[in-house]
Design a protein around this ligand. Structure first.
Ligand code: NAP
Length: 252
């Protein structure tokens, strides 16, 4: 197996200062890619860059707050392309607003606007800004981070689930739009992941784990390795797929 399948490739991972995004950034760099790490928190972003560089990888940090809207997305696309040396080959649309479960009637207008703004409009705009250059070169890979919440309906998860179902549909629409130009667009749909944040809520997640055939969360590395595979040459003819990483939840 080629230990550096992404050698010479450049990647942007949104929301990569912590959690799954940081794990994806590390995994892409370990596979040989030059990775642009993004998020609002410069100190945490720099820590991810330091972690990559201390293992011999290549990375840079670009700060962004997607809550600021379309102008912030445009600025990030330009700054990240510069930080990648003028060309981005891989885009991982990972950033999302995580929403605590709540009855639909209790969800506020601001929560709806923020959730769709960060989790749907941001990847929509970013893909529109970066995919055309990939298509022009006839080469590129986009991996969207969905969720089982975008597949199975769950009481209290209407807003989060709707944003993730949108991400799944965008994956298929972009596979149809950009696939003929050599840009592969795919998604992963994880169940609960053992991020630092989820470890804090372990007691709340315990009953959910009982309903999962594997009885456990996925690790960050397990999800990051599938994302890395989808971004690389081993997945050369995989287009428009939404790969479940959920211990069997959506299969049974
Ligand atoms: N955790 C799970 O169990 C799970 C399960 C299924 C799917 N997912 C999906 O996996 C992805 C990552 O989730 P996670 O649990 O790793 O989330 P997380 O730990 O909350 O990380 C979110 C990342 O996004 C950045 N971010 C948040 N709001 C931002 C904004 N307005 N502008 C710029 N950056 C922003 C955060 O960095 P800053 O704070 O530095 O801005 C952080 O790097 C999401 O798409 C989520 O829906 C997660």
């Amino acid at each position: 197996m080629n230990p550096s399948p992404l050698s010479g490739r450049t990647a942007l991972v949104t929301g990569s200062t912590s959690g799954l995004g940081a794990g994806i950034a590390v995994a892409l760099a370990r596979a040989g890619g030059h990775v642009v790490v993004t998020g609002r928190t410069r100190t945490r972003g720099q820590q991810v860059v330091d972690r990559i560089q201390s293992s011999g990888g290549s990375a840079a940090f670009v700060a962004v707050d997607f809550s600021a809207g379309a102008a912030a997305v445009r600025e990030l696309a330009s700054a990240a392309t510069r930080a990648a040396g003028g060309r981005l080959d891989i885009l991982v649309n990972n950033v999302a607003t995580l929403i605590q479960p709540a009855p639909t009637a209790d969800v506020t207008d601001d929560q709806i606007t923020d959730a769709f703004g960060v989790s749907v409009i941001t990847p929509f705009l970013l893909t529109g800004l970066l995919a055309p250059a990939m298509a022009q070169r006839g080469d590129g890979a986009i991996v969207n981070i969905g969720s089982i919440a975008g597949i199975n309906g769950a009481a209290g998860s209407a807003l989060y689930g709707a944003t993730k179902a949108s991400v799944h549909l965008l994956t298929k629409a972009w596979a149809a739009e950009y696939g003929p130009s050599g840009v592969r667009v795919n998604a992963v749909a994880p169940g609960p992941i053992a991020t630092e944040r989820n470890e804090e809520f372990a007691h709340g997640i315990a009953p959910i784990l009982q309903r999962i055939p594997s009885h456990r969360m996925s690790t960050v590395d397990e999800v990051a390795s599938v994302v890395t595979f989808l971004a690389g040459p081993g997945a050369g003819n995989v287009h428009g797929a939404i790969w479940s990483i959920d211990g069997g939840t959506t299969a049974v």
